[in-house]
Design a protein around this ligand. Structure first.
Ligand code: BDR
Ligand code: CA
Length: 357
């Protein structure tokens, strides 16, 4: 008991008062302060733009940095786009860093054909008020992971060049990264080629390094992205409200929906935003564990993510002039591969986070 003037307050009331005060304080902390810390590695990119704005407007996430990788557009254009978008969202507090200038072992393949000449659906955003961070993207990733061990989730939504460079330069980050959620790959055919998805096809060697690093990794590939179509119905909902981010995303989505219609699709696949969606809420997808290798040599299959669904291979033993199957060997899963998605729930989440912003 704590003595007071003339009477005593029972200890249980004091404890209850302290607990209530703590509860009120917790509620009043801005939600982003308690969010999952992520680094978005991106090649912006029109669906990258939607992913970034979803991340910035989701209280579950705390975007610690945006690192830029070449892919949909050149590294220079991607950096300019990232800065303009961060500025539009009024988030100059988030470091935006340039990274790799080209894939590890092949020429860059850019995709203005799909994303518009400037990569942002030909929408001219105002010049950025934010300045580029002076650190090199992979170095920034390394620094932030060491500064917050076991807390950072990497969300790469472009080719995996920057992530591979960070791992190669400082493998000690591997056990310190909380999780890696990748937009890339497919176990049911590609979009760049019959076999390969674009982000993996644009740097297969980097992808092989990242898949085999030994950290918890979730692959959000075409298998689920193609089921997550933003249709005119959702566009209309975005069009009902206004704000700088809302209006920008409305125009991006409009451009992509029109483009998809030319290819006979009822909406635009939300590839990159879905990876952010999985970072927000992993229950949006079903993702069984599988062993995934990246094909780096195949004539028709370079860049394919080859997934072992049963996590076992036959053991073939040489007997004279032939091999005989003598059993099976287990292979360890290295990825959770998204195979199902609650598309409507995700699309509603996306629209609700962007509307009016
Ligand atoms: C991926 O490739 C890029 O065009 C998109 O931004 C997305 O990251 C889809 O294959
Ligand atoms: Ca992308």
């Amino acid at each position: 008991m704590i003595p007071t003037d003339g009477f005593q307050i029972p200890q249980k009331f004091i404890v209850a008062a302290i607990l209530s005060a703590c509860f009120v304080m917790t509620l009043s902390i801005p939600a982003f302060a308690a969010g999952k810390k992520i680094i978005l590695d991106t090649d912006p990119g029109s669906d990258d733009a939607m992913a970034l704005m979803l991340a910035l407007n989701s209280p579950e996430l705390d975007v610690r940095a945006v690192t830029v990788v070449p892919g949909n557009v050149t590294a220079k254009q991607g950096l300019e786009n990232a800065l303009r978008m961060i500025s539009l969202a009024n988030r100059c507090d988030i470091p935006v860093a340039a990274g790799a200038q080209h894939p590890l072992f092949q020429k860059l393949i850019t995709a203005e054909f799909w994303h518009g000449k400037n990569g942002l659906a030909n929408i001219e955003l105002p010049p950025s008020k934010c300045k580029v961070d002076s650190r090199w993207g992979p170095d920034l990733i390394i620094e932030l992971v060491h500064a917050a061990p076991h807390e950072i989730t990497l969300v790469p939504v472009g080719p995996l060049t920057n992530i591979a460079l960070a791992v190669e330069k400082d493998p000690s980050i591997i056990p310190l990264v909380k999780e890696v959620i990748i937009m890339g790959g497919s176990i049911t055919g590609g979009n760049s080629t019959a076999a390969a998805e674009a982000n993996i096809y644009n740097d297969p060697e980097a992808a092989q390094i990242v898949f085999h690093a030994g950290w918890p990794l979730t692959m959000v590939g075409l298998d689920v992205g193609d089921k997550t179509l933003l249709s005119p119905k959702y566009l209309e909902q975005l069009g009902q409200m206004h704000g700088p981010v809302n209006d920008f995303i409305y125009q991006v989505a409009h451009y992509l929906i029109d483009l998809s219609a030319k290819f006979g699709s009822s909406g635009t696949p939300m590839y990159d935003p879905l990876a952010v969606g999985v970072a927000i809420d992993a229950t949006l997808v079903k993702a069984p564990p599988m062993h995934v290798d990246v094909e780096t040599r195949g004539e028709f299959t370079r860049g394919e993510t080859v997934a072992n669904r049963h996590n076992m291979v036959e053991r073939n033993v040489l007997h004279g002039d032939r091999y005989m199957v003598e059993g099976v060997d287990k292979v360890e899963p290295n990825a959770k591969v998204c195979v199902e998605v609650d598309a409507d729930r995700f699309l509603q989440l996306f629209v609700s986070r962007i509307r009016g912003k």
